[in-house]
Structure formats: structure tokens, C-alpha cells
Design a protein around this ligand. Structure first.
Ligand SMILES: *[C@@H]1O[C@H](CO)[C@@H](O)[C@H](O)[C@H]1NC(C)=O
Ligand SMILES: *[C@@H]1O[C@H](CO)[C@@H](O)[C@H](O)[C@H]1NC(C)=O
Ligand SMILES: *[C@@H]1O[C@H](CO)[C@@H](O)[C@H](O)[C@H]1NC(C)=O
Ligand SMILES: *[C@@H]1O[C@H](CO)[C@@H](O)[C@H](O)[C@H]1NC(C)=O
Ligand SMILES: *[C@@H]1O[C@H](CO)[C@@H](O)[C@H](O)[C@H]1NC(C)=O
Ligand SMILES: *[C@@H]1O[C@H](CO)[C@@H](O)[C@H](O)[C@H]1NC(C)=O
Length: 482
């Protein structure tokens, strides 16, 4: 092009346009001062749209998966899978779901065994549609957290030395803020956090962080409430509930239970220094190894298990430290094998934007190293409950009553310790004309049980779980009449 022949007014127009565009650009940048991605990641959502997931049933909603860099310097990135609500996604809230462990995957458990729309088929070959998926009622976001869990990674190995509750909450907060940059239409959406098991710690901890950082912030997150299933809440109450439940459900003898009652002080810093107590609690765990602690009355997976009995139960005794022994949250070891074979397929990893389908990532449902090395764990999140209650957040807790890991007794002891006034006393709640469980409303907390459900309630009671989720979102009492 010969510029000498270009009329003068064309230059004027170009200059005016440049002047006009410039202020728009800088004002856009102002929205995201501390959360600008420096890497090559395309900030638009479209490059994470999942289009050809092997074995996926046909659906009429979109879903997205991929990495969000949470800390550029150390190359820490968290993997998420996001399902738009199956109808009217623009009008429905956004819910973040977290599984526990610590060290277990929310994709492997929550998304593909419990409440996501695609459940891993028992033969590992594909996915089957879940008619009780929670994305019927909300836009569902599943996060693999912290780094080292599932597909999430860091390129800085010293990060692993710092893993714990606080680290996890901080990275999850970074994740949410950066995820909003990719999905700006959700920035101001009504937001909830839900989870189970060790996420009983993660969920209130993240809610507290959001609450604290919301204060006058332009990065406000419209957090309205939290929902927790069979949650680890307060170590002393959780332990007392575990041993009392084992005794009352005929897992251990009267004699063992009596020794525990006489010798164990679960509120003490050195509970396990008492040999009588340690031995008696060991006996409880030994009996639980024979069955499925997460679901007392179902069969254990024997086939092809490389471990003995219910292979998924991992117990960590750290007698030298002040920490309580920990038992990992894990459920059906057979299902775990199916998920492992599915997520390690090259075509699946490529479709989920995890790898190029050639250099694969090694996915496993729980990272035992993370579980064993977990150093920073809040002994109790009840003080956070109090803070969130006074901040007006909706708090619902549910409990499958055949779980021995975080049994219904643990949750009752924990909630009782809050000493909240009772608004609606204990009564049954109904689903499809049957008693689903019982519930009680406190000032600030709703507590509900699921009759005959294990640790991961939605696996056992998919339809009534979806019902409870719906009542939670609508802030309505559970139905107390047939
Ligand atoms: C979110 O709400 C804030 C404050 O009301 C507003 O300034 C901002 O534009 C909204 N963001 C989006 C993406 O709608
Ligand atoms: C919010 O920030 C203001 C000013 O920094 C401070 O005075 C106030 O205590 C904060 N509120 C909460 C709940 O943290
Ligand atoms: C057990 O392993 C064998 C051989 O590896 C395999 O053919 C079979 O399908 C496996 N069974 C289950 C239930 O996974
Ligand atoms: C199975 O149990 C036996 C005896 O309790 C033990 O010696 C062995 O190490 C266990 N094997 C595995 C793989 O855990
Ligand atoms: C993947 O990880 C599992 C568990 O950490 C390990 O046993 C296995 O050897 C790893 N596989 C590969 C191919 O690295
Ligand atoms: C599991 O976590 C450890 C650090 O605790 C890490 O070194 C390892 O790479 C992780 N495993 C996988 C498969 O990501």
C-alpha cells in the first residue's frame, strides 16, 4: 500500500479510533489487577470446551475441563471440570464441589461416582448418564485440589512440603478468582461450596477465606452458603463418635469400648501416648479393616485388589507427633479401579485438555503420599462455623447413617458442641413417600441424616440426595410429611 496516496481523513479516523480504544483496554485491565495470567493460556472459556469425550452420552449442556494456573512462578496449576446446568444455566447458581482425603480427587469421586452427569462405567470403557446429577439444579464445578491430586500439578517440588489446610484454601481461592476471568458471566453468580469427608475442613476454611477477602473487595464472591456430607469437623468429637459408633453397631466388644472410655482423652494433645487407649483404638481399626468402614453393610471389593480386604482404608498412625491418626476418605475400591483405567486413557486425557494424548499424566484417585505427609490440619472448624453463622451464611450438614468413618454420631457430637438453639426439633424427612432420614434445624445450621447411606451419600441415595441439594439451594425446610 502506498501511504502517500491515502487521504488525510483516513489517518484522522485511525487516530481517533486508537484514542477511543485505548481507555477501554485499560479499564478492562483495572478489573483484574492481581489476577492477570502471564502465561500463554487463552483467557476465553472456549478452548476448554469438551467436545469429544470418549464414551460420553449425548447431552444438551456444555461442559469444560482444563487447567487454571494458580501460581505462575512455581508453575502450579489446578485441574477442573465444569458442567453447565442442564437447563437455564444463566439463572442457576454456581456450586464448587470438593472431595477430601486429604489427597483424593473430586473428579474421581464427586464428578464420576457421585453427583456429576457422567458416571464411570463399571467396565472402565465409558461413561453412563446420571439422571440424578446435581447439574440439574446448579452449574457444577469440580476441582482437583491441592496440587499433586489427580491431574493437578506443580513444577516446584518444595510446594509439596507446604501442603496442608491453609495452602489448599489459598490455592483454591486463587483458582476461583482466575476461573472467573475465564468464565466472566459467573463472576457475580450466587455461589455455594459443597463437599464431603475431609472436605468438611476444606469447605468452611475456603468459605472463611472468601468471607474475609470479600470485605470491600472488587473481587467479591457472592458466597451464600456451604453444604457438607459426613464431614470431618472436630477431631475430638469425630474420634469419640467413631469409637462409640463402632461399639453401638457391634463392630467391637463392650470390653474394648470400656477401655477406650476409661483411658482415651480425645481432647488431649497426647491421646496416643496412653498405651491402653492406643491399643484399644487399634482394635477398632483392625475390626474395621475386615469390612467396609465407609459403608458397614455392603460387601467389600475382593477381585483384583492388590491389598488385603477393603484395600481403600489407609490409616496413618503418627505416634511421635501430636497428630491424631488419620484414616483416608475412600469408598468403593472396585469403582476406584474403573476410574483409574478411564482417566489414564490417552484419548480421555486429550479430550479433557490434560495432555496431548501422547505424553500422558499419571492419574490416580488418591495420592497416598499427600495423605501421609499432610502436616497442617485444623483440629476443629467449629470456630469457623460460628463465624460463618454470624455472617449469615446458610450451613447444611448431612450424614449417611451407615458410615463408620465419619459416623452420624461424630457429626452430632460436633454440632452439639456449638450449643445452638433448636428451631425445629428432630423429625423425619420424606422423599417419594418414604422416610429418607431425620433432620433438625438449629439457629444457623440444618442437620439431616440419610437412612441406610454410607460415607459418600449420593452413591447410595442418588434421588434423595438431589432432593436435599435442591431444598438447600432454595433455603427451604426438608419435607416433613409424606
Ligand atoms: C459484577 O458486579 C459488579 C458490581 O455490581 C459490577 O461492577 C461488574 O460489572 C459485574 N461483573 C460482571 C461480569 O457482570
Ligand atoms: C473490613 O475492613 C475494614 C477496613 O479495613 C475493617 O475495619 C473491618 O473490621 C473489616 N471487617 C471484617 C469483618 O473483617
Ligand atoms: C481382574 O484382572 C483380570 C486380569 O488382569 C481382568 O481380566 C479382569 O477383568 C479383572 N477383573 C475385574 C473385576 O476388574
Ligand atoms: C496383607 O496382610 C498380611 C498379614 O496381615 C501382611 O503381612 C501383608 O503385608 C498384607 N499385604 C498387603 C499388600 O497389604
Ligand atoms: C502411577 O502412579 C501410581 C501410584 O502413584 C504408581 O504406582 C504407578 O507406578 C505410576 N505409573 C506410572 C506409569 O508412572
Ligand atoms: C503425589 O504427591 C507427591 C507429593 O506429596 C508428588 O511428589 C507426586 O508427584 C504426586 N503423585 C502424582 C501422581 O501426582
Amino acid at each position: 500500500m502506498d501511504f502517500t496516496k491515502t487521504p488525510f481523513y483516513v489517518f484522522v479516523i485511525i487516530i481517533v479510533l486508537l484514542l477511543y480504544i485505548e481507555p477501554i483496554d485499560s479499564s478492562r485491565l483495572k478489573i483484574k489487577p492481581s489476577y492477570i495470567d502471564n502465561n500463554e493460556e487463552n483467557p476465553s472459556e472456549n478452548n476448554h470446551l469438551v467436545t469429544n469425550l470418549p464414551g460420553q452420552p449425548d447431552v444438551n449442556f456444555r461442559h469444560y475441563a482444563g487447567y487454571v494456573t494458580v501460581y505462575q512462578k512455581n508453575q502450579r496449576a489446578l485441574f477442573y471440570w465444569f458442567y453447565e446446568a442442564s437447563s437455564l444455566p444463566d439463572e442457576k447458581p454456581l456450586v464448587l464441589w470438593l472431595n477430601g482425603g486429604p489427597g483424593c480427587s473430586s473428579v474421581g469421586y464427586g464428578a464420576t461416582q457421585e453427583i456429576g452427569p457422567f458416571l464411570v462405567h463399571t467396565n472402565g470403557g465409558g461413561l453412563k448418564f446420571n439422571p440424578f446429577s446435581w447439574n440439574k439444579e446448579a452449574n457444577m464445578l469440580f476441582l482437583e485440589s491441592p496440587v499433586g491430586v489427580g491431574f493437578s500439578y506443580t513444577h516446584t517440588s518444595t510446594d509439596f512440603d507446604n501442603l496442608g489446610d491453609e495452602f489448599t484454601a489459598n490455592d483454591a481461592y486463587e483458582f476461583i478468582q482466575k476461573w472467573f476471568l475465564k468464565f466472566p458471566t459467573y463472576r457475580n453468580r450466587t455461589f455455594y461450596i459443597a463437599g464431603e469427608s475431609y472436605a468438611g475442613k476444606y469447605v468452611p476454611e475456603l468459605a472463611e477465606l472468601i468471607h474475609d477477602r470479600n470485605n470491600g473487595s472488587s473481587l467479591y464472591v457472592d458466597l451464600k452458603g456451604i453444604l457438607m456430607g459426613n464431614p470431618e469437623t472436630s477431631d475430638p468429637d469425630d474420634w469419640r463418635g467413631l469409637v462409640d459408633y463402632a461399639w453401638s453397631h457391634a463392630v467391637v466388644s463392650d470390653e474394648t469400648h470400656k477401655i477406650i472410655r476409661d483411658s482415651c482423652d480425645f481432647n488431649s494433645d497426647n491421646t496416643w501416648n496412653n498405651p491402653d487407649c492406643s491399643q484399644a483404638v487399634d482394635e477398632v481399626l483392625k475390626q474395621y479393616k475386615e469390612i467396609d468402614i465407609y459403608s458397614l453393610y455392603t460387601a467389600v471389593c475382593i477381585a483384583n485388589s492388590t491389598k488385603n480386604g477393603s484395600g481403600s482404608m489407609e490409616v496413618m498412625f503418627k505416634s511421635t507427633s501430636k497428630m491424631m491418626p488419620r484414616i483416608m476418605g475412600g469408598y468403593d475400591p472396585c469403582l476406584d479401579d474403573y476410574a483409574r483405567s478411564y482417566y489414564n486413557r490417552p484419548d480421555v486425557q486429550k479430550a479433557l485438555h490434560v495432555s496431548d494424548g501422547v505424553l500422558l499424566r499419571n492419574w490416580s484417585i488418591c495420592n497416598l503420599t499427600i495423605f501421609s505427609n499432610w502436616a497442617d490440619s485444623k483440629p476443629s472448624v467449629l470456630p469457623i462455623y460460628k463465624k460463618l453463622i454470624s455472617a449469615g451464611l446458610r450451613i447444611w450438614v448431612y450424614s449417611g447413617d451407615t458410615d463408620g468413618r465419619v459416623p452420624v454420631l461424630s457429626t452430632r457430637y460436633s454440632l452439639n458442641a456449638l450449643g445452638l438453639p433448636i428451631i425445629k426439633p428432630w423429625r423425619p424427612w420424606y422423599h417419594e413417600k418414604q422416610v429418607s432420614g431425620w433432620y433438625q434445624e438449629y439457629k444457623g445450621v440444618t442437620f439431616a441424616t440419610f437412612r441406610g447411606a454410607g460415607h459418600a451419600v449420593p452413591i447410595f441415595k442418588p434421588s434423595s440426595s438431589l432432593a436435599l441439594f435442591t431444598y438447600f439451594l432454595q433455603a427451604q425446610s426438608l419435607p416433613s410429611a409424606r
